[in-house]
Design a protein. Structure first.
Length: 427
């Protein structure tokens, strides 16, 4: 029994245990919980900030106690890390910034890098720099936002497109990256980001694969920078090509499916598809949701592959060793997705304004907050000279090649499914 309790006190499991109260709060009292304010002005904004800080502080203290890490100095260190992440989240909410799909993690790592490379990091700031722990909590909370019901809205054609695009783009990106000399784990992170849904997929894959956090921050930055020209490129390409191939109503659906499968951030998908029309916008958002659901599936198979792979010259590991090596926080991610999906389908969650669920919205807030904290920590641990290495240049070339392949293959699949087969099916 004592041995079992010790196994449950490793970081993977502790990330799940401290996430459970956050998810319970999200499910039971979502309207009483704070949101990240869009501005730092006003008493309501500072009330939300104080409550969010208190929640993070309790989670960090409890987690540190369970992990037997020192708690001395956590408070002043967390104040600084939280303040930097808060500024990053507020900047990401500025309308013109949000329009281009730049998420808070981009500014978190940027501000962390500036602090780390302009000033020496004092010892008193280090206790709360626990990026790995923060990311695992964020991944578990992210699971509650991945609802199986969302993929059902896309129907069989959306599901088939999501599966085909993710599989084909992932394997192309992985093989191309490996041929360019990118290490295996970084290639897995890049492939997941390009094929599924950008930042969230990169972060989840990184924690499963155990990739270098400095390369993770670089890949995430690539995702968020490349999405800006794509917001304008995709509607232009759709308007240039699709009217010559399909009827206007069909062309809109194909355009939406194409955009939803290629642009790597949800905000970017919305902004880009709105330039074409309402029908394209609806289809793009549904396709994006269908691909998001596959985060857990891809993460599970990456973890299974890495866990079952034996060392060279040795026999393949037993099931016991596979279980020992398997990242347990992914089970928390999957469990959160299943429980929240069941609660949604059972009618426990009632959509509010705009048809959105408050419960998953709060879970998304917690996920965003912990991801932002994690990327501040990554920035604080990274020197700029490490970002401009030769291998990162190979990452850039691999990312651009994979994104180009994504645009082409998703175009073919969207045309076939939504331009040819779906009209025949519904005729």
């Amino acid at each position: 029994m004592k041995n079992l309790l010790e196994k449950l006190r490793v970081e993977d499991w502790v990330a799940v245990w401290v996430s459970v109260p956050l998810l319970l709060l999200s499910a039971l009292v979502p309207r009483s919980l704070p949101a990240v304010p869009a501005t730092l002005v006003g008493s309501v904004a500072w009330y939300n900030i104080a409550l969010l800080f208190l929640i993070v502080l309790v989670v960090l203290y409890v987690g540190s106690l369970l992990l037997r890490r020192p708690v001395r100095g956590l408070l002043p260190s967390l104040v600084v890390v939280f303040a930097v992440s808060l500024v990053a989240q507020v900047v990401a909410k500025i309308p013109v910034v949000a329009k281009y799909g730049f998420e808070s993690v981009f500014f978190s790592v940027l501000f962390g890098l500036l602090i780390r490379n302009l000033w020496r990091l004092p010892d008193w700031m280090k206790p709360a720099v626990q990026g790995e722990f923060f990311i695992k909590i964020g991944v578990v909370c992210l699971g509650a936002t991945i609802l199986i019901g969302d993929v059902m809205k896309s129907g069989v054609f959306g599901l088939v497109q999501a599966c085909l695009v993710v599989a084909l783009v992932w394997f192309f990106a992985f093989r191309f990256s490996r041929c360019r000399g990118v290490d295996e784990r970084s290639a897995m992170i890049l492939s997941s980001g390009v094929s599924i849904c950008g930042v969230s997929a990169c972060i989840t894959a990184a924690r499963v694969a155990g990739g270098d956090d400095r390369k993770l921050s670089y890949i995430v930055s690539l995702v968020l920078i490349v999405v800006v020209p794509m917001i304008y490129l995709m509607p232009w390409l759709a308007g240039l090509i699709l009217p010559h191939l399909f009827e206007p109503s069909v062309a809109q659906e194909v355009a939406g499916a194409w955009i939803g499968g290629t642009i790597d951030t949800t905000s970017g998908v919305v902004a880009s598809s709105e330039m074409i029309g309402d029908a394209a916008n609806r289809q793009a958002v549904i396709i994006k949701a269908a691909q998001n659901v596959l985060i857990g599936v891809v993460a599970f198979f990456i973890a299974l592959y890495l866990s079952t792979r034996g060392e060279r010259g040795r026999e393949a590991p037993s099931l016991g060793i596979v279980w020992e090596k398997f990242p347990k926080f992914i089970l928390g991610f999957v469990a959160a997705s299943l429980v929240f999906s069941l609660m949604q389908s059972g009618g426990f969650f009632v959509p509010g304004d705009g048809g959105k669920l408050a419960e998953t919205g709060v879970a998304k807030t917690f996920s965003t907050v912990f991801f932002s904290l994690a990327f501040v920590c990554i920035g604080l641990d990274t020197r700029l000279k490490e970002i401009v290495s030769k291998e990162n240049r190979n990452l850039l070339r691999s990312f651009l090649a994979a994104q180009g392949f994504n645009i082409v293959v998703t175009f073919v699949i969207a045309c076939l499914l939504f331009g040819v087969l779906k009209p025949m099916w519904t005729a």
